[in-house]
Design a protein around this ligand. Structure first.
Ligand code: ZN
Length: 334
């Protein structure tokens, strides 16, 4: 172990699996493993997280005492002060004390945050947002989660729920959202919402041209088919895509006017769609925010890709250390 080297263990908890990774303060991933979380009792999973953490340390040639901190990124809802999680997509998990369990069993300070905040931290420290002081990250997957870095710090809010950017209301008469509000950004552009909308609109039309993209199975309609159909200039797909691009621009315009970010990093769907999504967003943006904001801001896609899970937990740990003055931003290191 190098002198002054910081060793952190990270866990990115998801509904089907957990990514566990051991890394350094410089962003080097020493080792990683996957843990199954689906259909399992929380206590079994927590015990396996401890065992996996110990294995990663051992395989990397490290001792328990070498570990600086642990970080955990998890899906909401969660109680940050108490360190517990009750994710809506994991039925058996209610008030699970994940943070304190890891801290007690591993004997090291453990930091805990939601997965979108973990994502913005990963993009900020080691990804597309490296070096930024003002950065926004939008997950753009099944739902739309968000994380905000403003003035060089993660914004957590009064009750640790800041960054719920998928649930700003773009139209109070819009479609009902999973969260109960109407017309949320997520209800217009989230992966689940778009799949449900397409399946509803196409139901009972087995000969609709869009159905050819999913082998005739209407219940498989969603973003992947939509993106392919847009590339082929299918009329239905193009109309829906225009609407999606306009709503994305509306939301991003609101974030731009509010936070004046240097960069907005977009996740999964934007990575798959690329310029097909980004170009129309740029075209529509002047309708929704000031040119000063547009000139200051780059819109890009995540650069960590499939490694996001490995970095998420590690970056929650590093941000905990950073806020306590025990870790320096990589680009500020002397
Ligand atoms: Zn909502």
């Amino acid at each position: 172990m190098k002198k002054n080297e910081q060793i952190v263990l990270g866990f990115d908890i998801g509904g089907t699996k957990i990514a566990a990774a051991l890394g350094t303060g410089d962003g080097k991933i020493i080792g990683s493993k996957r843990i199954k979380s689906e259909h399992r009792a929380p206590e079994d999973v927590l015990n396996e997280m401890v065992a996996t953490g110990n294995e990663l340390l051992g395989e990397g040639g490290y001792k328990h005492s070498d570990l600086t901190a642990i970080g955990i990124g998890a899906p909401g809802p969660m109680d940050i002060p108490k360190g517990t999680m009750s994710p809506c997509n994991m039925k058996k998990w209610v008030n699970v004390p994940v943070r304190d369990h890891m801290a007690t069993k591993m004997g090291v300070k453990t930091y805990f945050d939601n997965d979108a905040n973990a994502g913005v931290l990963a993009e900020w420290f080691f990804g597309a947002g490296k070096g930024c002081k003002h950065l926004i990250y939008l997950t753009m997957s099944t739902g739309i989660g968000g994380g905000i870095i403003a003035n060089g710090h993660l914004i957590q809010g009064a009750s640790y729920t800041a960054g719920e950017m998928g649930h700003i209301v773009l139209d109070p008469k819009g479609p009902v959202c999973n969260c109960g509000l109407r017309g949320c950004y997520e209800a217009f552009c989230g992966g689940r919402a778009i799949a449900q909308r397409m399946q509803k609109e196409i139901a009972g039309q087995p000969n609709h041209p869009i159905v050819a993209y999913v082998g005739g199975k209407v219940d498989r309609l969603g973003y992947p088919a939509l993106i392919e159909a847009v590339k082929d200039e299918n009329g239905y797909a193009l109309d829906l895509w225009d609407e999606i691009c306009l709503r994305n621009a509306q939301a991003i315009g609101i974030f731009a006017n509010t936070f004046n970010p240097e960069m907005i990093v977009l996740g999964t769907i934007a990575c798959h769609a690329g310029p097909l999504l980004l170009d129309p967003i740029h075209k529509h943006l002047p309708q929704f925010c000031w040119k000063e904001m547009i000139h200051a801001m780059k819109i890009g896609t995540t650069s960590l890709g499939s490694q996001m899970g490995e970095y998420s937990g590690i970056c929650v740990a590093l941000n905990g250390l950073f806020e306590e003055g025990k870790w320096q931003l990589p680009w500020e290191k002397k």
